[in-house]
Design a protein around this ligand. Structure first.
Ligand SMILES: *[C@@H]1O[C@H](CO)[C@@H](O)[C@H](O)[C@H]1NC(C)=O
Ligand SMILES: *[C@@H]1O[C@H](CO)[C@@H](O)[C@H](O)[C@H]1NC(C)=O
Ligand SMILES: *[C@@H]1O[C@H](CO)[C@@H](O)[C@H](O)[C@H]1NC(C)=O
Ligand SMILES: *[C@@H]1O[C@H](CO)[C@@H](O)[C@H](O)[C@H]1NC(C)=O
Length: 401
């Protein structure tokens, strides 16, 4: 463990940041991707949450604890860096390994990671920061922890040591990203793709999201497939038979038999396999929604269509992209709607399958790109405050030791 004094010193800047955030200045937001304006009920609700006195802020952030899901404990690791030994670093290493940033050979199955922030961890954190376009510090700063806590797709960002999100269009030199092209989409190693263009899909109706009817689930999935068929020569037809369909879609809980168990609410939201495996699994512990604009939406609701469009990208052969506005970016905040393909997604899909003759280059697909921008920004600001406040708690504790 770090000494209390050192934690306290590390916290001064963070507490300053926190106070600025509470005053609405929110410096940390400049590192984050939330943006936009909205004026509906949900946004108003979120707007209230960020206001108020410090004590109210503390109470509200405490009540948000489980909204951050399985990765919430990472917020206690603020400012951890090379050489530090702190409870929870082992769990962070498991997270980095889950998404490919630490090799499977660095901790054989069944061997728990130690709580030492070693040089392998530092390299992994720097690669994570590069992949997500964050400042490469190698330490667990507010922006990095906030990004790590954000729910995301279960697929890895690093495969066999290759930083997929940077393999095209970006090179990492030292601590700077140098953009050498606008395209950042990636395909799987060996470019696996479907050879037939007329694909079928079936939805397993034995277990659906409790919050979405079967008909609405079908409409949502149809809408998501339509994004990709609008830009490529692929066609997708929904059929009933799970055994003959090229693609099967199911809602699964925790360990569902594919070796990639889900983690309960928040954390990983879904995963899908590369061509021509054809399986897409949604984590059924999530609160799926087809109407995030509803006044009854909560900060745990995820737009089913948005996540489906991302996972179908994997099904047809696309990997994660480092473009924050791309569908293939790995993470998504609750109440966020990102249904329309970005130019980066379109370039990737068309390079695998050719362009749909009816697609007009330079346009986007018809899904709603509309985002509850203010709500999402507010969610991310709260996450950042949550991270900062955990350190504030350490500082207060250190005054009494
Ligand atoms: C990482 O640390 C280990 C053990 O301290 C050392 O043997 C190794 O050379 C270091 N590697 C790098 C790349 O610094
Ligand atoms: C990683 O590399 C190994 C050995 O070269 C190979 O067998 C494996 O298929 C690769 N994994 C992926 C996902 O490309
Ligand atoms: C797809 O097209 C091929 C060739 O036209 C045809 O033989 C096949 O039956 C079609 N499959 C489906 C599922 O429509
Ligand atoms: C796409 O489909 C159109 C019409 O069927 C065809 O003319 C074109 O060659 C196809 N393009 C590719 C790249 O397959």
């Amino acid at each position: 463990m770090s000494t209390p004094t050192r934690s306290g010193l590390n916290c001064h800047l963070v507490v300053a940041t926190l106070l600025l955030a509470l005053l609405g200045i929110a410096q940390v937001e400049s590192h984050l991707h939330g943006h936009g304006h909205g004026h509906d009920t949900v946004v108003e609700l979120s707007g209230h949450r960020k206001l108020g006195a410090l004590s109210e802020g503390v109470t509200r952030v405490a009540s948000l604890t489980d909204e951050a899901g399985p990765w919430n404990s990472f917020k206690t690791l603020l400012d951890t860096k090379l050489g530090d030994v702190r409870t929870g670093v082992g769990a962070l290493k498991s997270y980095l390994q889950q998404f490919g940033y630490i090799s499977k050979t660095d901790a054989p199955a069944g061997t728990p990671f130690t709580d030492t922030f070693d040089n392998i961890t530092q390299t992994a954190v720097m690669n994570y920061q590069r992949s997500f376009g964050l400042t490469v510090t190698g330490r667990l700063d507010v922006a990095t922890l906030t990004q790590m806590i954000t729910p995301r797709c279960g697929r890895e960002d690093v495969i066999n040591g290759t930083l997929i999100m940077l393999q095209r269009g970006l090179t990492a030199t030292g601590t700077q990203h140098v953009s050498v092209g606008s395209q950042k989409w990636a395909s799987f190693a060996g470019n696996p793709r479907w050879t037939r263009k007329n694909l079928t899909y079936a939805i397993d109706s034995t277990l659906l999201s409790p919050a979405v009817t079967q008909t609405d689930t079908e409409i949502a999935i149809d809408t998501a497939f339509a994004q990709w068929s609008a830009v490529t020569n692929l066609t997708f037809t929904r059929i009933q038979s799970l055994t003959t369909a090229d693609i099967t879609i199911s809602f699964d809980l925790l360990d569902h038999g594919d070796g990639n168990p889900f983690d309960g609410q928040l954390g990983v939201l879904a995963h899908a396999y590369a061509p021509t495996n054809g399986r897409l699994h949604f984590d059924n512990s999530e609160s799926w929604s087809i109407n995030i604009q509803s006044a009854s939406s909560t900060l745990k609701d995820f737009d089913l269509v948005s996540v489906a469009v991302h996972e179908i990208g994997h099904l047809i052969g696309l990997e994660h992209s480092s473009v924050p506005d791309a569908i293939m970016y790995p993470s998504i905040s609750p109440l966020s709607s990102k249904q329309a393909l970005n130019a980066d997604d379109i370039a990737g899909a068309q390079s695998l399958y050719g362009a749909n003759p009816t697609f007009t280059p330079g346009t986007t697909t018809p899904g709603t790109g509309g985002n509850l921008g203010a709500a999402v920004a507010s969610w991310r600001r709260l996450r950042a405050m949550d991270v900062a406040l955990s350190c504030f708690g350490l500082l207060v504790a250190s005054l009494f030791i």
